[in-house]
Write a new protein. Structure first.
Length: 318
């Protein structure tokens, strides 16, 4: 039988929750078990249950910096920077803090300051984080701060260093070799995909025609858990080849999808027939306002049938 840690690392979060809840039933005064349950709910996006579990852990021991940190992360995701700042300040005031925990808090504080567009303070937190724990995550935060400070060359170097460290490589070499390459766990595969995509953004700010950076954007496909869990989605993923039929589907936020619609004409030129699957609100907007290529038809996204189950090449509007 797999342990909770093994299930969590493998992305089997529902199964991990079942086992964690069973352990809590046998010992309901263990603060660490409630924290782990909250983390699992957080991974699944079940915010209310995550908060309740974290608060239960804090009711047993209010001086849990990692629990306060995770609540702060939930607060910033809920666009509540004040609550996030209060929680991080409280956690940083707890003494003593080991270097790993303090670096974690600096990471969240950096993300908060970036959200508040306070790049100078974000950079200070990222530098403090890197001094405490030189890691791919701290190098990525430094890279983002440098990028927002328009120091794109340094951002590219730091992003490359972060990815090389994560892959246990002396140097990164050609980063294209790592596009959509599975790592030890699903979470590690997702994190690498996001880092490669950010690396592409950094390079494109230096050279908009860089073929390496343009290819690296494909790493964004692996930023979602479903890509790694569904073999059919991976098999049918469109790679830019000419095809008889192509399905392009709406998988981003409203604004991002509207921006993504700009390249529908280019995609339509690569296929005999293009199906554009959109949510109802965007479907209505596209019907009224969007001038589609003659070989393109609109369809409503179905909650019962996934685009990659249609036996045709498909790609999301990302």
């Amino acid at each position: 039988m797999m342990s909770i840690d093994q299930l969590e690392s493998d992305g089997q979060w529902e199964e991990a929750i079942k086992l964690q809840r069973h352990q809590i039933h046998n010992n309901n005064l263990d603060e660490e078990q409630y924290h782990r349950l909250g983390r699992l709910y957080q991974r699944l996006g079940k915010t209310g249950q995550a908060k309740a579990s974290y608060r239960k852990a804090l009711s047993i021991n209010s001086l849990r910096p990692k629990t306060l940190n995770n609540l702060a992360v939930l607060a910033i995701e809920a666009l509540d920077p004040k609550t996030c700042e209060d929680l991080i300040s409280k956690a940083l005031a707890i003494k003593p803090l080991d270097s790993e925990t303090e670096a974690l808090l600096c990471n969240t504080a950096c993300e908060l300051k970036l959200y508040q567009l306070d790049v100078k303070t974000a950079l200070q937190f990222s530098q403090r984080q890197a001094a405490l724990e030189p890691s791919p995550r701290s190098h990525c935060n430094l890279a983002v701060c440098k990028h927002l400070s328009a120091d794109f060359q340094t951002s590219w170097i730091l992003q490359s260093k972060a990815i090389a460290n994560e892959l246990n490589q002396a140097t990164l070499g050609d980063p294209r070799q790592w596009i959509l390459k599975p790592q030890g766990t699903i979470q590690q595969s997702i994190e690498l995909s996001i880092k490669l995509m950010n690396l592409a953004f950094a390079r494109l700010c230096i050279d908009t025609d860089c073929p390496i950076a343009q290819k690296l954007l494909l790493a964004g496909l692996g930023a979602k858990q479903s890509y790694w869990q569904d073999a059919q989605q991976k098999r049918t993923q469109w790679q830019g080849e000419t095809t008889d039929k192509l399905i392009v589907w709406d998988d981003e936020g409203f604004g991002d999808t509207i921006q993504g619609l700009r390249w529908i004409g280019k995609a339509a030129s690569m296929t005999k027939h293009l199906e554009l699957w959109l949510r109802p609100s965007l479907h209505a907007l596209a019907e009224k306002r969007l001038r589609l290529p003659p070989n393109c038809t609109l369809q409503l996204i179905s909650t019962k049938t996934a685009p990659w189950q249609q036996a045709a090449p498909q790609t999301g509007l990302w």
